[in-house]
Design a protein around this ligand. Structure first.
Ligand SMILES: [Zn+2]
Ligand SMILES: [Zn+2]
Length: 168
């Protein structure tokens, strides 16, 4: 797992979109956002606006470190119901990024984020007292050793940000 993950993360950032011309793929594709092809892995919404987590999710096939500018292709699918994820929160106001992980469902963890913001009792919660807008992206499934997966994500340019920022 670890090796595969690392190899994947070191792949060049080019995202290849293949579009086999059959009706089914066209129909499925129509339901997805335009930046997204049927073959792409990535983060996507599964619910309407009534789902708070889906409302915060960004549908995307790649993530970008605001610190190094590097783009990384996503190799797993994730939704608000996914269990065990490394995820990214992009602050849309100041561009800071936060990488977190959860062993449970992303939507449950996001309920926790909203609580932290209401109570301003964590660095993340305090951050969003001044900044208001963010997006949430599932990056990678936690498979075996969660700590290692997260550390590798961080090494690949994201954690630079968690360390330097701490949502100060
Ligand atoms: Zn949802
Ligand atoms: Zn911010």
């Amino acid at each position: 797992m670890s090796k595969t993950f690392k190899d994947n993360f070191h792949r060049p950032p080019a995202v290849v979109f293949r579009q086999p011309p059959n009706l089914k793929s066209l129909l499925v594709r129509a339901k997805l956002s335009q930046s997204f092809s049927v073959e792409s892995k990535g983060c996507f919404k599964t619910h309407s606006k009534r789902c708070v987590t889906c409302s915060a999710l960004k549908e995307t096939a790649f993530v970008q470190s605001h610190y190094t500018g590097q783009k990384f292709k996503l190799f797993h699918n994730s939704t608000c119901d996914s269990v065990g994820l490394v995820y990214l929160i992009n602050c849309l106001d100041c561009k800071k990024q936060y990488v977190g992980e959860t062993g449970g469902e992303l939507r449950i963890r996001h309920r926790g984020h909203r609580q932290e913001i209401r109570k301003a009792n964590t660095p993340l919660g305090k951050h969003f007292q001044s900044c208001k807008n963010f997006e949430l992206i599932g990056i990678e499934k936690l498979v075996n050793n969660s700590k290692r997966v997260r550390e590798e994500v961080e090494l690949n340019g994201f954690i630079a940000l968690t360390r330097s920022l701490l949502w100060a």
